[in-house]
Design a protein around this ligand. Sequence first.
Ligand code: PGA
Length: 248
Amino acid sequence: MTKPLVAGNWKMHGNANTAAELATHLSLHDSAFVGVEVIIFPPAVHLDRVITAAASSMVSVGAQNMSQWASGAYTGEVSGEMLNDIGCDYVLVGHSERRALFAESNQVVAEKFKAAQQQGLTPILCVGESLQQRQQGQTVKVVTEQIAAVTDLVGTKSLCKGVIAYEPVWAIGTGEVASPEQAQAVHAEIRSQLGSQGANTRIIYGGSVNATNAGALFAQPDIDGGLVGGASLEANEFLKIAQLMVQG
Ligand code: PGA
């Protein structure tokens, strides 16, 4: 199996100093997560500083979003090439907050996934259903459509070179975590849809992951790590979560 991963999505929090401090703290403790890949996703304006702080460590850095276009007159946008140029390795595409608050469609998310790979980044494709969709029994349908938009554009082989983050919308930032069984069921479904090409694809879980619930989630056979929001802003909590993945 490929290396499991634990990713910290800092969202729109912190300032230049707290970003550098958090990155430095994690970098100094990177011996704690031998066997697990750790990636942090600071706000775009702090990327350069965080990349410098993490430079000599095992911590990788990614962006929370990127443009689907390579370059041009797109005021306010940042391209994958620009991110690659400053030393980013990863990028989140299709986070539910981008889908819901910035109207990113499955098609736009797929275009971002493709552009990320073309521009030398590894995309982490975020998928997941809302509470209403789950209650209506549409979880698999929603996730399948979100993934199909990407495979239609780039093919299953390319999708499998990225990472998939299953993040039920109802569990993000709510403190309400999916049970290990609920998460495992969706992960197993996603993996079966990828077929043999997806055997080594990392499928990580996100949504209110913390040091208390991470162990049981990471113990599931198809959960290869976590995408952590709120708890990733606390250095020691995030380190504990990463260590649980090592043990799992
Ligand atoms: P949360 O966020 O851990 O705060 O629920 C997860 C995410 O949005 O990636």
